[in-house]
Design a binder for this molecule. Structure first.
Ligand SMILES: Cc1cc2nc3c(=O)[nH]c(=O)nc-3n(C[C@H](O)[C@H](O)[C@H](O)COP(=O)(O)O)c2cc1C
Length: 184
């Protein structure tokens, strides 16, 4: 290896490989609703619109989502930074997070889990495949309805690098004219 590169702890590679925006996942089951903060998600397919994500079994959200087979993935911006951290550091098992963080729950169209009004976008999801839940806590959802604020077109999203540190999405670069049409 060139001397310009140093060994790096494998358990810290998340700092470089966790580029997706932090999201707030809302859920509901039998009259109870909850929210968790999530960084471990990935787009898996466009049509149908599949998103995979890891929800630790110790999270209260795990039970609500596994039972209801639904959730909403909400996209917060930097305006909600402290809320994102607060929601990720307490549990719906003993806290009403909508009340504690002053968030507004709106009815969704296709699922029972609520939308979070203060977020830039809300993606209503139904559980598509639970085969990897037992082994990896990995849920595969289909996005069945999406709501997105008209402005700003490029919201300032939060991207977690571990250790309590976030990156903020920034400069927009377009190379559209260099893409094959089928790759767009
Ligand atoms: C920035 C950040 C990212 C997180 N990402 C995840 C994640 O991808 N998956 C997960 O299971 N927990 C994740 N967590 C932890 C949960 O949000 C946390 O355990 C939360 O308190 C669970 O709430 P609940 O018990 O009400 O479901 C994250 C927390 C923070 C602060």
């Amino acid at each position: 290896m060139p001397k310009t590169k140093a060994d790096f702890p494998v358990d810290k590679v998340r700092r470089y490989l966790e580029p997706g925006p932090i999201v707030l996942v809302s859920s509901a089951w039998r009259g109870e609703k909850n929210i968790m903060t999530m960084g471990w998600h990935t787009v898996m397919e466009f049509t149908p619109s599949l998103v995979g994500c890891v929800i630790a079994g110790s999270n209260h959200s795990f039970d609500l989502i596994r039972r209801s087979k639904e959730c909403v993935i909400n996209l917060p911006t930097t305006a909600l930074t402290d809320t994102v951290v607060g929601i990720g550091n307490c549990s719906g098992a003993d806290t009403d997070k909508f009340e504690k963080f002053g968030l507004t729950a709106l009815p969704a169209q296709k699922v029972k889990a609520p939308l979070i009004a203060q977020c830039h976008a809300n993606f209503e999801c139904r559980l598509e495949d639970a085969r990897l839940v037992e082994r990896y806590n990995f849920f595969i959802f289909e996005v069945v309805k999406a709501h997105v604020a008209r402005r700003p077109v490029h919201p300032q999203t939060l991207h977690y690098t571990g250790d309590g540190v976030f990156m903020v999405s920034g400069k927009i670069l377009s190379r559209r004219n260099r893409f094959k049409p089928e790759m767009l």
